[in-house]
Design a protein around this ligand. Structure first.
Ligand SMILES: Nc1ncnc2c1ncn2[C@@H]1O[C@H](COP(=O)(O)OP(=O)(O)O)[C@@H](O)[C@H]1O
Ligand SMILES: NC(=O)OP(=O)(O)O
Length: 315
């Protein structure tokens, strides 16, 4: 039986130029990741792919707002912007993997599942927006925009600049988990819970979209638990997790236990909205029977799975 490995691709790792990348630029970044995923499939892993949409959903939202402000086009709710990015990014990954498999003679089919993820309408995170989306701005730019849009909230994001934040409730259930599992068991490479999934609330057996962006690391960890994956790999913009990140005494972490990781969390080494959700999602997976987590950048994927790169968190 092949080992099921979930690979989560960070939305920021697909965007290199803060919103000025063309779709072709993003496709090229996706192809680089697809090459590495194909390498894992060749090694015999049964790979499930998830992805973020933080930058892309923010660009979509802004595009819709500008179209509304300038041309009177109808507004697009945030939940629909998220659904659009799930389809758009899923398409890029699906095509890149299909082409790479054909090139290497890998006999695997790829399918993207439009995935709804249930959240609670009472989740306290609706009152405390924390998920950075879209472009990075300087403090001066952010202050200027706030004059025009007083309801926008900005946070400083890991020394990279200021970004708008939106509500990010915790995922409770993956609505399409059975379809995802059936496709995996049938030998498909599945792309799912894109952008953390489309947030929906359930009432009287009826689902309804709700404006938010779910953190894809939490949604990925929940999917990993629900399909009983063997390992979780989170790819992002850095080859390893650091303590004292960005300071002169920063230190890359190679292999850490759950207890050591919790200690580093308590010491405040991981900021909310960037590295903290990855660490919390990793701990949750390991505490729900997962055995192995790797955090690394897309180009190190193949080496990381062979323990030659990345940060490894072990149960
Ligand atoms: N302790 C840390 N170790 C490594 N990277 C960190 C740390 N703290 C903050 N970061 C930053 O967090 C980023 C990952 O978060 P983010 O870009 O939001 O994720 P994603 O790739 O899922 O979009 C890294 O690229 C790095 O810039
Ligand atoms: N939805 C989400 O968590 O996206 P990023 O990984 O791009 O932040």
């Amino acid at each position: 039986m092949e080992k099921v490995v979930i690979v989560a691709i960070g939305g920021n790792s697909l965007v290199r130029d803060n919103g000025r990348d063309s779709i072709q630029d993003q496709y090229e970044a996706v192809v680089e990741t697809a090459v590495n995923i194909a390498g894992m499939v060749e090694q015999g892993y049964n790979v499930v792919v998830t992805h973020g949409n933080g930058p892309q959903v923010g660009f979509e939202l802004r595009r819709a707002e500008i179209a509304n402000e300038v041309a009177g086009m109808p507004e697009v709710p945030l939940v629909n912007c998220g659904a659009d990015t799930q389809g758009g990014i899923g398409y890029l990954i699906q095509q890149a993997l299909t082409n790479e498999f054909a090139k290497r003679g890998i006999n695997k089919k790829v399918a993207t599942v439009i995935t709804q993820v249930e959240v609670s309408k009472d989740d306290p995170n609706f009152k405390n927006p924390s998920k950075p989306v879209g472009s990075f701005f300087t403090l001066e730019q952010a202050e200027e925009m706030k004059k025009e849009h007083p309801d926008w909230i900005f946070i400083e994001d890991s020394g990279r600049g200021y970004r708008r934040v939106v509500a990010s409730p915790k995922p409770i259930d993956i609505v399409e988990k059975d379809a995802i599992k059936t496709l995996i068991d049938s030998g498909f490479v599945v792309i799912a819970v894109g952008g953390g999934g489309i947030p929906v609330i359930k009432s009287d057996n009826t689902y309804k979209g709700i404006d938010a962006v779910i953190d894809k690391d939490f949604a990925t960890s929940l999917l990993a638990e629900q399909i009983k994956a063997d390992a979780l790999i989170i790819t992002t913009g850095v080859p390893r997790v650091f303590i004292n990140y960005g300071k002169p005494n920063q230190k890359a972490l190679e292999k850490i236990t759950v207890e050591e990781t919790k200690q580093y969390v308590a010491e405040g080494h991981f900021p909310p909205g960037s590295m903290l959700p990855k660490i919390e999602a990793s701990l949750s997976f390991l505490e729900h029977n997962g055995s192995r987590v790797i955090i690394t950048n897309p180009e190190s994927l193949k080496d990381a799975i062979n323990e030659e790169a990345g940060t490894h968190i072990i149960a």
